[in-house]
Every structure is written in C-alpha cells, then in structure tokens.
Design a protein around this ligand. Structure first.
Ligand code: SF4
Ligand code: SF4
Length: 293
C-alpha cells in the first residue's frame, strides 16, 4: 500500500497547555534536544503531561548527527558534533527543574568515538540519580557494535530500564537499518543486560515495513528467549520521500492482537502496541503500572 493516504487513526492534534510550554522553555534555556520534539512525535502532549502517572520525555544525547544512516530515520548522518562535557549535568538539571519522574535517555550512534559514547551515557544516568535516586531512568542504547565492555558501562551506571531496539524482523534488518546493525547483535546486547543485571530490558519493533505475521511472531519469541521484559510495537511512518516507503498501514485491531499475543501467550511483562506507539510511549506510566504496582 505504498504512497497510500494515511488512515484516520494516524491523525493527531498538536500539543498545547501550560506544562508543555514550561517544559519547552526549560529545554531551550539549556540548549537540550528531545526526541519528542525533533521527531515531531505525535504523542508529545500525552507523554509530557503524564495524565495518569509519571510524565515521560526522551532526551537525545551527544548531538543531532549520527554516525549511521538507517533508512527509516530522519536524523542526519555524518559531520559529527563535538561532545559537550556539560551535557550530563545539564540534562540532570532539566529533569529536576521540569519535575519528571521518569526519563528516557537515548542518543545518536557515535561510532566515531573510542567508547562509542558509552561513558557519556553512563555519566548522564549517574548525574540524574545523584540529584534524586527515585527518578526512574530508562536508557535506550545503541548496539555499541556488540562490544560487551561498553554495554557493561551502562549496566554499571544502574538505570532502571535498559532498552535497545531491534526495530524489525531478521529478514528486513537491512534495508531498514544501517548495515552495521544486525538482528543477532541486537539480541546479544539484550541478552547481556539480562545475564549481568536485574535491570528490566525493553525493545521495540516498527510494523508496516514489509514484515509477515509469522516473522513478527518469530521475533517476539526470540526476544523472550533472551528474557526481554517489555516490547513496544508501532506503525512505521515515512519521514520523507527519500526514506523507506511504508509497506502497509496496520489496522489498530491487528496491533491489539499483537499486544495480547505478547502479554498473554509469550509472557512479556507488558506490551504497548498501537499505530502511534513509539518505544518510549507513556513509558513512565506503563512501567509503574506493570512493574512497580
Ligand atoms: Fe537514526 Fe539511530 Fe539509525 Fe542513527 S542509529 S540513523 S539515530 S535509528
Ligand atoms: Fe517523547 Fe517517546 Fe513520548 Fe514520543 S513517545 S513524546 S518521543 S517520550
């Protein structure tokens, strides 16, 4: 169904309100980036307000340019930014100032740095926890090209959730992801986190890139094999005409079926599944509901 008109279930209203304005101001004062804004995320109003529990925002660390070029992603490739050594403290200040209870940290890939950015990531987790250990931190990390010592640096900083996105089924890893990424490599990152810590693990898949149902099922099963606790499923949306085309707009009922399969048959702690779901969608509320209560 390429180039098809977007169905009605993908239409959203722009975010507004006092809390939205306050958060935006605090971020601008510190020159910080959030994925929520950069990606024009349709869930911004819902996540930032945290109507039914902790609000969630996703901070993008280490610049706006990535060393990789995935075919579904709108982040620019190459010409890497210099690391800002003050960023960990700035992010921690913003989290305290905004009053977030649940923070998602993610980053561009930094294949250009000797430690691929693992140290900077870990320092940001520690800076947030130093201010208030009760703030829940989810970190959505790159694959660090499968280097276990770098994944361990993140584990040692003790986030509450360690997420790494497998993005799609085995057969479609390329052309969907950069050639340096891979199915087995991503599974090994998640396996290591489970093996070496009690931290909850999480991953995410996009639907609508050309996958078959049996491949989605296989992927979910493989993820459970490495004891992943939480999975999210969302619709892929093409950021521009030069990106991968949408192969299908998956109906909300099909997302609901996958949620049931993931939770009731395969045993994930929870599965957020829906056309507009992104990996950090209402992450704070759902984590508290499913894990802490
Ligand atoms: Fe985008 Fe991440 Fe791929 Fe970089 S590695 S292009 S940020 S999806
Ligand atoms: Fe931000 Fe993630 Fe929520 Fe989108 S889904 S608004 S990126 S926290």
């Amino acid at each position: 169904m390429s180039r098809a008109r977007k169905p009605d279930w993908l239409k959203t209203r722009p975010p507004s309100g006092e809390r939205f304005t306050d958060i935006k101001q605090s971020l601008r004062e510190r020159d910080l980036n959030t994925v929520c804004e950069e990606a024009n995320c349709p869930n911004l109003g819902e996540c930032w307000s945290g109507r039914n529990g902790p609000g969630t925002a996703t901070f993008m660390l280490m610049g706006e340019r990535c060393s990789r070029g995935c075919n579904f992603c709108d982040v620019e490739t190459g010409g890497m930014d210099a690391l800002d050594p003050d960023e960990p403290e700035q992010v921690a200040d913003a989290v305290a100032d905004i009053g977030l209870d649940y923070v998602v940290l993610t980053s561009v890939d930094r294949d250009d740095l000797p430690d691929q950015g693992a140290g900077h990531f870990a320092e940001t987790i520690r800076a947030i926890k130093r201010r208030d250990p009760s703030i829940l931190v989810e970190c959505l990390i790159p694959d660090f090209r499968g280097e276990e010592r770098l994944v361990r640096q993140i584990i040692d900083a003790e986030p509450d959730v360690l997420a790494h996105n497998i993005e799609t089924v085995d057969r479609l890893q390329w052309p969907v992801r950069d050639r340096r990424a891979g199915y087995e490599q991503s599974l090994s990152v998640l396996r290591q986190a489970d093996r070496e810590s009690d931290i909850h693990t999480k991953t995410s898949l996009m639907l609508g890139v050309g996958e078959y149902a049996h491949e989605v099922y296989q992927t979910l099963s493989d993820l459970r094999q490495v004891s992943v606790d939480v999975v999210t499923l969302g619709q892929y949306l093409q950021p521009s005409r030069s990106h991968l085309e949408v192969s299908e707009y998956v109906h909300p009922d099909a997302f609901e079926t996958w949620r049931r399969v993931a939770e009731e048959e395969l045993g994930f702690l929870y599965c957020a599944s829906g056309p507009m779901v992104r990996s950090s969608y209402r992450a704070g509320e759902l984590f508290v509901e499913a894990v802490l209560e």
